[in-house]
Write a protein that binds this ligand. Sequence first.
Ligand SMILES: Nc1nc2c(ncn2[C@@H]2O[C@H](COP(=O)(O)OP(=O)(O)OP(=O)(O)O)[C@@H](O)[C@H]2O)c(=O)[nH]1
Ligand SMILES: [Zn+2]
Length: 350
Amino acid sequence: MFDPGQLGRYGWTDAVSARFTPHLTDDLIPARVTRVDRGECDTITSTGPIRARIAEHYLCTGDWVTIGDRGGHPTVVDLVPRHGTIMRSSASARSEAQVLAANVDTVLVVTAIDGDVDLGRIERMLALAWESGATPVVVLTKADAVPDPALALAEVGAVAPGATVLAVSARTAEGIDILTAVLDGTVALIGPSGAGKSTLANTLLGEDLLATNDVRAVDGKGRHTTVHRELIPLPSGGALIDTPGLRGIGLWDAAEGIELAFRDIEELAQHCRFDDCAHVAEPGCAVLGAVESGDLPQRRLDSYRKLTRENDWVAARSDARLQSERTRAVKSQSRALRQLYNNRRSWQSR
Ligand SMILES: Nc1nc2c(ncn2[C@@H]2O[C@H](COP(=O)(O)OP(=O)(O)OP(=O)(O)O)[C@@H](O)[C@H]2O)c(=O)[nH]1
Ligand SMILES: [Zn+2]
């Protein structure tokens, strides 16, 4: 039996162990990438950190890899297939370099509760989060700054079907225990500037680690160098990923993420008279019917259309390689959702 040792604090689970099995031989050790530089990466192994050469893979923080001795140098040998990948939107850049974080289990969609809560932005971030294959949790921060968070919680809950929505305060610690309880595995935060992401991360980490997210390490020449860590253990278990560019990501090809984020509209669409209904002016359109009856806010339909249009534009320009990076997890989630609709449809037509 492999003893995960220090890896236990960096997201090692039975499921990860199972994914490693086909890649492990006696001369290879399992590791998790904590930071990638050109040609080399920092990893954590069961016995501690190892700096390894990257021979042929395009790696990112969060990747699970095996390391072997190649010509006297620790070298990444295998990349374990990813689950939960957050990617950068870009039409033209090399797609291999677009994965921002790998093997993410929970995406915290962070928004400040004081001031205007931008529902459209939350919907967009939720589509991205669902697309990653991870489980989104919407976190409304600065709960101490409003008299009653219940109103905003209800409003945001209505645009986040299938996701947990919580109000928290880093200042009073309100809601932090509940958030900690729902966190699972490897956690990433996304949200606009000023939303309170760093403050929340430090609260979850239990110390001001992010501001001083640098550790002293001895390099090969015996000198101390500063290492910026991007994967940090959480005291409650699991680990936090904080890589550059992750926090303010834009929309990439997220067709399935949009489906999951707008499952209420997708479900209504099952009842449209025409299978290819565009929900614009078609007779018997259940989506427009729901807007008319007040069940579906016009704003949400507009937001859905806008994201779908934008996504079609991005998708048309992203290449096949990026498509293949899209995780199986999200595909099976949206397949399950479609299956559910189909079942309902057949029950209803009975
Ligand atoms: N009242 C209150 N203020 C908070 C809370 N959390 C964060 N803030 C304040 O909100 C501001 C922004 O917080 P940050 O944590 O820096 O926000 P961020 O999302 O990391 O911002 P960027 O680094 O620009 O992406 C700071 O002035 C914090 O002090 C909270 O729970 N209550
Ligand atoms: Zn329709």
